[in-house]
Design a protein around this ligand. Structure first.
Ligand SMILES: [Mg+2]
Length: 171
């Protein structure tokens, strides 16, 4: 199902060597807002820089693909040392496709990680990559965001209740 994350975890910080091996993931396409940083926060969340170093030590290529504008994405991605694509237009797949091509890892072994079903998960699934949903750091309070969250829970609560906060949904 196009809306269904293949894996649902709390945070990118749950991704470690064992997790990568288990799911045969060799590259990561990362969302920015609420995945690496709170929306609008110029700094990353606690633990993110160290986690990125851990991934680099494992030779996992990583790229940020964000739907946010360059002005927001550039400073933080550069601070974190990550190549990036702003205005990624997820759930369309061209931003993700570019990132996957640049990393040179087969899409089947590339995870698209983000906090939103209607952008990150759908894009990952459409691309044929491994879709990983994370819990957002912050529940945003704009009406569009609230509407999206409401729709996510209304439509998908049943499907996701079993998957929630486990990584066992990857069949
Ligand atoms: Mg996000």
């Amino acid at each position: 199902m196009i809306f269904k994350p293949q894996i649902w975890i709390n945070s990118v910080l749950d991704i470690n060597e064992e997790f990568l091996k288990k799911h045969d993931i060799r590259a990561l396409v990362l969302d920015l807002d609420n995945t690496l940083s709170m929306h609008g926060n110029p700094a990353a969340e606690n633990g993110i820089p160290e986690w990125l170093d851990e991934m680099r030590a494992l030779n996992i290529p990583m790229r940020v693909v964000s739907n946010n504008i360059n002005k927001r994405v550039k400073p933080l991605a550069e601070k974190l040392g990550l190549p990036y694509c702003a205005n990624g237009c997820k759930p369309l797949t061209f931003g993700i496709s570019k990132a996957i091509k640049a990393m040179g890892v087969d899409k089947k072994h590339t995870a698209v990680v983000g906090d939103q079903i209607f952008t990150d998960v759908i894009a990952g699934n459409l691309k044929g990559a491994v879709s990983i949903l994370v819990e957002p750091f912050h529940h945003e309070n704009t009406w569009t965001f609230r509407l999206k969250r409401k729709a996510e829970s209304l439509f998908f609560h049943r499907d996701f209740s079993k998957l929630k906060k486990t990584d066992k949904g990857d069949k």
